[in-house]
Write a protein that binds this ligand. Structure first.
Ligand code: FES
Ligand code: FES
Length: 169
């Protein structure tokens, strides 16, 4: 089995790993980088549990090969909190609004929401609901996840009130 060397950064740290071409990005992160915060659910692109950011865009890491990460900047759940463990605004909002129960889906939702809150556009209810529909959660019923992301967007002044948005159009 041929092996390949891949160089990339993960959460700002340069990495160089040698792996088989068939290894997924999710397995590379979990097994070669020791970053087990990225979860694997369906392993075929449906659930979104494995979502990470690659060059700023959300990616299902079970659908990307590790070798495709050459030269990429990857961000995972491990990179959200401060080095001293202080949770960021989004993580705190998930805790405050009970945006998780078993927590299996949570890394994927947090990375998806990180992307939502870092985009150029402000976030509104329609965009929030559309984005969140890409990931599956078996426990929460989604309302608390929506509440958490909405609250984080408001705290970061990234929230577009729908009524205000309509008035501006
Ligand atoms: S584990 Fe990747 S989408 Fe479900
Ligand atoms: S909190 Fe259990 S799957 Fe979402």
């Amino acid at each position: 089995m041929s092996r390949h060397v891949v160089s990339f950064t993960v959460n700002g740290v340069p990495k160089r790993v040698e792996l088989e071409a068939r290894r997924t990005l999710a397995d590379m992160l979990r097994e070669d980088c020791g970053l087990t915060g990225t979860h694997l659910g369906c392993e075929h692109g449906v659930c979104g549990a494995c979502t990470v950011l690659v060059d700023g865009e959300p990616v299902r890491s079970c659908l990307m090969f590790g070798v495709q990460a050459e030269g990429c900047a990857i961000r995972t759940i491990e990179g959200l909190a401060a080095p001293d463990g202080t949770l960021n605004v989004l993580q705190r909002a998930f805790r405050t609004h009970h945006g998780l129960q078993c927590g299996f889906c949570t890394p994927g939702f947090l990375m998806l929401a990180t992307w939502l809150l870092e985009r150029d556009e402000r976030l509104d209810e329609a965009a929030l609901r559309h984005a969140v529909s890409s990931n599956l959660c078996r426990c929460t019923g989604y309302q608390t996840i929506l509440d958490a992301i909405r609250a984080a967007a408001q705290e970061l002044d990234r929230w577009e009130d729908s009524a205000a948005g309509e008035a501006r159009r």
